[in-house]
Write a protein that binds this ligand. Structure first.
Ligand code: ADP
Ligand code: MG
Length: 227
C-alpha cells in the first residue's frame, strides 16, 4: 500500500502580539507527513519548532491556514472533537518526560488507555508489550525516579503511543540526554515507527539523529523548507 499523508499543514500562520508589535513566526507554512515516515525538524531556537508542533498536535489554533489529520480539517472542529482527535490520533513527547512520579512505568503507560476506556487488563497487556518493545520490560514496576534518563524517555514514548495514535510529535525528545543515550532512545523510537506504521515529526538539535531520519526540514522565513 502506498504511504498516505496523515498530517498536513496548509498555509499555516501564527503571529504573536507583543505590545505594539506583532511577531510573525509562521507565515504560510506547508508540510506533509506520510505514514511510516520519520522527519527531523531542525532549526535554531526561536524559529518556531515548538509552535509548529503545537499547531500540528492541535494544542493551538493557527491564525490562518489549516491542519489536516487523516484528511480531516481540524481548525473548525468543536473543542470536544478536537480533543478527541488529539487523544486518538496524536502522541506527544517533550524534552522532559512529564511522567507521573507516584506511578510505576507500566502504570504511566496504562493511564491514557484507562482514560480512553480500556479495561485494566487490556491496558496492562498493551503497556507491557510496549515496555518490552522499548526493551525496558524489566523496569515495568519502577517509578520514574528509579529509572535512568534514557529509560524515562522510552517510557514517555511508550505512553505517547499507548492509544495507537497515527502521528507522533516529539519536541527535542533527546535534548536532555547525552549522545549515546540519545541514540539509544532514537533506536527504540525508530523501531516503533517502522513496525507500527506510525509517522513521526521530531524537533531536534542533534545532527547525528537528524541524519538517520527519512527527511530533514527546517523553518525559514516562517515557512517549512526541505534541507
Ligand atoms: P523554538 O521551539 O524553535 O525554539 P518557539 O516555537 O518556541 O521556537 O517560539 C518561536 C518564537 O515565538 C519565539 O521568539 C518565542 O519567543 C515566540 N513565542 C512562542 N510562544 C509565544 C507566546 N505564547 N506568546 C508570545 N511569543 C511566543
Ligand atoms: Mg522549542
Amino acid at each position: 500500500m502506498a504511504p498516505k499523508t496523515v498530517l498536513q499543514l496548509s498555509g499555516v500562520e501564527r503571529h504573536y502580539g507583543q505590545g505594539e508589535t506583532t511577531l510573525s513566526i509562521l507565515k504560510g507554512a506547508d508540510f506533509d507527513l506520510k505514514t511510516g515516515e520519520i522527519v527531523a525538524l531542525v532549526a535554531p531556537s526561536g524559529t518556531g519548532k515548538s509552535t509548529l508542533l503545537h499547531l500540528a498536535g492541535l494544542l493551538e489554533h493557527p491564525d490562518a491556514g489549516e491542519v489536516f489529520l487523516a484528511g480531516h480539517a481540524c481548525n473548525g472542529l468543536p473543542d470536544a472533537e478536537r480533543t478527541a482527535m488529539r487523544r486518538n490520533q496524536i502522541g506527544f513527547v517533550y524534552q522532559f518526560h512529564h511522567l507521573l512520579p507516584e506511578f510505576s512505568a507500566v502504570e504511566n503507560i496504562m493511564m491514557p488507555q484507562l482514560i480512553a476506556g480500556l479495561s485494566k487488563a487490556e491496558a496492562k497487556e498493551r503497556a507491557a508489550q510496549l515496555l518490552d518493545y522499548m526493551r525496558i520490560g524489566h523496569r515495568a514496576e519502577h517509578r520514574p525516579s528509579e529509572l535512568s534518563g534514557g529509560e524515562q524517555q522510552r517510557v514517555a514514548i511508550a505512553r505517547a503511543v499507548a492509544n495507537a495514535p497515527r502521528v507522533l510529535l516529539a519536541d527535542e525528545p533527546t535534548g536532555n540526554l547525552d549522545p549515546k543515550t540519545a541514540s539509544y532512545v532514537f533506536d527504540a523510537l525508530e523501531a516503533l515507527v517502522r513496525q507500527s506504521g506510525l509517522a513521526a515529526l521530531i524537533a531536534t538539535h542533534n545532527h547525528d539523529l537528524a541524519s538517520r531520519m527519512d527527511r530533514r526540514v527546517t523553518i525559514e522565513g516562517g515557512k517549512v523548507v526541505e534541507m
